[in-house]
Design a protein around this ligand. Structure first.
Ligand code: MN
Length: 136
């Protein structure tokens, strides 16, 4: 009888982003660093996704069609299953108070576009480590 060790599960990152170029960049960076990526091109699709699957981290673009990232963050935070899931807002707004607005809407953290690849990956890893440390 042989036994096989299952490969460690890759952390699942849900990326809610409408801009294809950003989506490709983020997917490339995440996959290159050992993450699994699920994509949603708008907030409603992202909300539908988390109704059945709990990702390890949610990356949330703030400038989205139909439903703003702020509104999506608020909806995500109503889902008890996502209570401990970090939501990282991604925005190109350079407005003062934007960070606060993201956090107020339920985001755990904030990344500014253009994305700095090293900083981006480090931030995701830090949130995953914090999440693991708080896991029961
Ligand atoms: Mn956008």
């Amino acid at each position: 009888m042989t036994t096989t060790t299952p490969a460690p599960r890759r952390p699942l990152i849900l990326v809610i982003e409408d801009n294809l170029q950003n989506l490709y960049l983020v997917r490339f960076l995440l996959e290159k660093n050992g993450f699994e990526v699920a994509e949603a091109r708008d907030g409603r699709t992202g909300l539908d996704f988390v109704a059945t699957t709990v990702p390890d981290v949610i990356l949330l673009d703030i400038q989205l069609p139909e439903m703003s990232g702020y509104a999506v963050a608020k909806e995500l935070r109503k889902n008890a299953a996502l209570r401990s899931v970090p939501i990282i807002a991604v925005t190109s707004f350079a407005m003062v108070g934007d960070r606060e607005r993201c956090l107020e809407a339920g985001a755990s953290d904030y990344i500014e576009k253009p994305i700095d690849p090293a900083e981006f990956v480090a931030k995701i890893r830090a949130h995953l480590a914090a999440e693991a440390a708080h896991a029961p």
